[in-house]
Design a protein around this ligand. Structure first.
Ligand SMILES: Cc1cc2nc3c(=O)[nH]c(=O)nc-3n(C[C@H](O)[C@H](O)[C@H](O)COP(=O)(O)OP(=O)(O)OC[C@H]3O[C@@H](n4cnc5c(N)ncnc54)[C@H](O)[C@@H]3O)c2cc1C
Length: 414
């Protein structure tokens, strides 16, 4: 970590439109201390081992950081989406993209689907132990033949007596190779209860426990996120009871769309912090390193490049916080059954724009950091290479940059 802080400083009192409240500042301090004490010191060793201990989930839970956006009824301390946003930003300082990814896929993907669609019994069975860090969840949407086109999935669920039989495969599933359960998107035929012939209307979610007969999985080797347990799963005649169905038959596509907003936001929050930290590291190195008898940071080309990146970071943060405000207002209304004060198209546009801007930004910062390090940037002993590998996922995962542009264009009727 460096002493250069690119987070905006507030001089002379709170800004006109505060996003976070006082308790969030205290939470940020606690989260930063926890990450600095319990995670960051181990990052290099975990990266070297391409692994990290599962007990980390429990340690994070015991410190109270897995339940921030969930109801007290299930062991959470919320729901407070702003508190979760603070945690995501601080977790991004842990020094290992894979650790942040595994914790995020559990809490911000799998658990969120449970919270939005689960019955009381389901929440008691899967969400409660997840918030306690005793159980690890994953979300399985992407397949070998369908990623960007969610409605193109071919995993099938067919009725079998009172329950279901699942057949198919999922790929690139974060936590897939070590999770206790996975929220699986599968298609149900109209003859088995889907409301329509339309592929979107057939998508249905199920919770599949990883030790169910017929589930096979394998960890994948990746460019970055080396500590992450991203993997592929196959389902071969997997029998599950109907109480494993999450939400209505045919209701999966709508749930996926609703949860995409938070997925994009959580990725944006992490990327802004990663960009801030990456730029601070790049500047620190450039100040230290002398060439032609002067610090690299003193050359105008680098001063301007850093200025451009700092400007893009401020833009990314502003857009992310704008999208966060819209999302918080939307979810608050949905929770109490009041009319949503935000146009859905506006929310979709803002979250997609935030993701589009921030993911490429975090990678560009990492790329310039490698560059300003010169030959050292290519060496494994410097952090820059890890940032470069870890941030490269952003423009791909959770919907690619091209898909974000597609969605944004559509919101303008293009
Ligand atoms: C490390 C990692 C972790 C992941 N974790 C999860 C997870 O936990 N759960 C999960 O379900 N998924 C996960 N994913 C999957 C991820 O969301 C998908 O990889 C992503 O959505 C892209 O899908 P795809 O890989 O099938 O690419 P494809 O859809 O095959 O796309 C290939 C290329 O075509 C482009 N393209 C596609 N459609 C269009 C279009 N209409 N116009 C222009 N270009 C287009 C894409 O942008 C891309 O460049 C993860 C992926 C990775 C790499």
């Amino acid at each position: 970590m460096s002493d250069i802080d690119l987070t905006p400083a507030v001089i002379g009192g709170p800004p006109a439109l505060p996003l976070y409240r006082e308790e969030h500042a205290a939470l940020r301090d606690a989260a930063r201390a926890f990450v600095g004490r319990e995670l960051a010191p181990h990052a290099d060793a975990w990266e070297e081992a391409e692994d990290f201990p599962r007990e980390v989930f429990r340690a994070v839970a015991e410190a109270g950081f897995l339940g921030l956006k969930f109801d007290e009824r299930w062991g959470g301390s919320g729901p407070d989406l702003l508190a979760q946003a603070v945690w995501i930003e601080e977790l991004a300082r842990c020094g290992s993209g894979g650790v942040a990814a595994d914790l995020g896929a559990h809490s911000d993907l799998a658990c969120l689907y449970l919270a939005h669609a689960g019955s009381d019994d389901q929440l008691d069975r899967w969400l409660r132990p997840s918030i306690a860090g005793e159980s690890v969840g994953a979300l399985g949407v992407t397949e070998p033949g369908a990623g960007s086109d969610v409605a193109g999935i071919t995993t099938r669920a067919r009725r079998d007596g009172d329950g279901w039989v699942l057949d198919g495969a999922k790929v690139f599933i974060t936590n897939g190779s070590w999770c206790d359960y996975v929220v699986v998107a599968a298609k149900v035929a109209p003859g088995d209860g889907a409301p329509s012939d339309d592929p979107h209307g057939q998508v249905t979610l199920f919770v599949v426990e990883a030790d169910t007969p017929g589930v096979e999985r394998r960890r994948m080797s990746m460019l970055g996120w080396r500590t992450s347990h991203t993997g592929e799963l196959t389902f071969d005649g997997v029998r599950i009871a109907d109480d494993h169905r999450l939400g209505d038959v045919g209701g999966g596509f709508g749930l996926i769309m609703r949860n995409f907003a938070w997925e994009r936001l959580s990725m944006s929050l992490g990327a802004v912090t990663a960009a801030e930290e990456g730029l601070a590291e790049a500047i620190a190195y450039a100040r230290e390193r002398e060439v032609f008898g002067r610090p690299v940071a003193s050359f105008q080309v680098w001063r301007h490049r850093f200025a451009d990146l700092a400007t893009r970071i401020a833009t990314g943060r502003a857009l992310t916080e704008h999208a966060l405000r819209l999302h918080v207002a939307t979810e608050a209304a949905l929770r109490v059954g009041e009319p949503v004060p935000v146009d859905t198209g506006e929310l979709v546009r803002a979250t997609s724009m935030a993701k589009l801007v921030t993911q490429r930004l975090a990678f560009d910062v990492a790329d310039e950091s490698v560059q300003v390090h010169g030959g050292a940037g290519y060496m494994m002993e410097y952090r820059a290479q890890r940032r470069w590998r870890d941030t490269r996922l952003g423009p791909i995962g959770g919907g690619t940059d091209e898909i974000m542009r597609e969605i944004i264009a559509r919101t303008y009727g293009l």
